[in-house]
Design a protein. Structure first.
Length: 267
């Protein structure tokens, strides 16, 4: 419980620090037609989830996570962001002596040739502060992102620049993310579909796996103005990850089928 409380304080400080770096920036607000078109916009999210699942694998051993993020965006399509979450796998799986935080630093460029199409090129650095014994590979990872979206369909390819999430692997490990968001009529419900393939290069090859997800998402803004920007999701996630390879030190199969509930507030 002490670690969880510390994580909450660190994530709150993370968001506050990011905003403090941008004094005078205009908040992005729909309907504000008088806002300077050249101003930098600031957006963010706060999330509570019953289980932090990343690429189909639990990052918290089936326990809840608190997450926060902030992103700066410019009219030309350039963006930069910072997000964080508590995690458990650093100690439970990787063998860190101490470490319970994930920090993601990212930036890139999004281009919209029309209202239905978006192209995205970016760089993401996943940072995992903590201490580890000699011989334990650092979990920090850097990936190049190339993505495209058309209407409700999206595809993203992540390519690692070296060691990948604690595996001593050469550059070129990849993750392919295919997703679709299918609205149910004109109401507040959306079906979320996802399939992904994590491929590790080198000696870590046997750890490669495929994951998939089926979810339903509810836009709570239909309840009233106080709920604007709030969504609630129920997700079923599964993988074909080798149980013998993806079981942590507590006996938890990180890649088994799971149900998770996610509450997200965007601002």
């Amino acid at each position: 419980m002490h670690h969880f409380a510390c994580t909450l304080r660190r994530l709150a400080g993370l968001s506050a620090a990011a905003l403090a770096l941008a004094p005078g920036l205009a908040w992005s607000q729909s309907g504000d037609e008088n806002r300077d078109a050249s101003a930098v916009t600031v957006s963010g999210t706060a999330t509570l989830t019953s289980d932090y699942l990343f690429r189909g694998l639990t990052q918290t051993g089936g326990k809840p996570a608190v997450q926060a993020g902030v992103e700066l965006g410019g009219k030309a399509g350039f963006y930069a962001g910072l997000s964080g979450s508590n995690v458990g796998w650093l100690q439970d799986y990787q063998g860190y002596r101490a470490g319970s935080l994930e920090l993601d630093l990212y930036g890139g460029w999004r281009f919209k040739p029309d209202e239905a199409t978006t192209f995205d090129v970016g760089l993401i650095h996943y940072r995992y502060p903590g201490s580890r014994p000699a011989g334990v590979v650092r979990a920090d990872t850097t990936e190049l992102l190339v993505g495209a979206a058309w209407r409700q369909l999206a595809a993203k390819l992540y390519v690692s620049a070296g060691d990948t999430f604690g595996f001593d692997a050469p550059a070129g490990s990849t993750y392919l993310d295919l997703s679709a968001a299918v609205p149910i009529g004109d109401g507040p419900w959306t079906i979320d579909l996802h399939a992904g393939r994590q491929r590790f290069r080198g000696a870590a090859g046997p750890f490669s796996y495929t994951d998939w997800k089926l979810g339903v998402r509810y836009d709570a803004s239909t309840i009233g103005p106080a709920w604007n920007g709030t969504t609630v999701s129920l997700q079923y996630t599964d993988t074909n990850a080798d149980r013998a390879l993806w079981t942590d030190l507590n006996g938890v199969n990180m890649g088994r089928a799971r149900l998770s509930v996610i509450l997200t507030r965007s601002f």
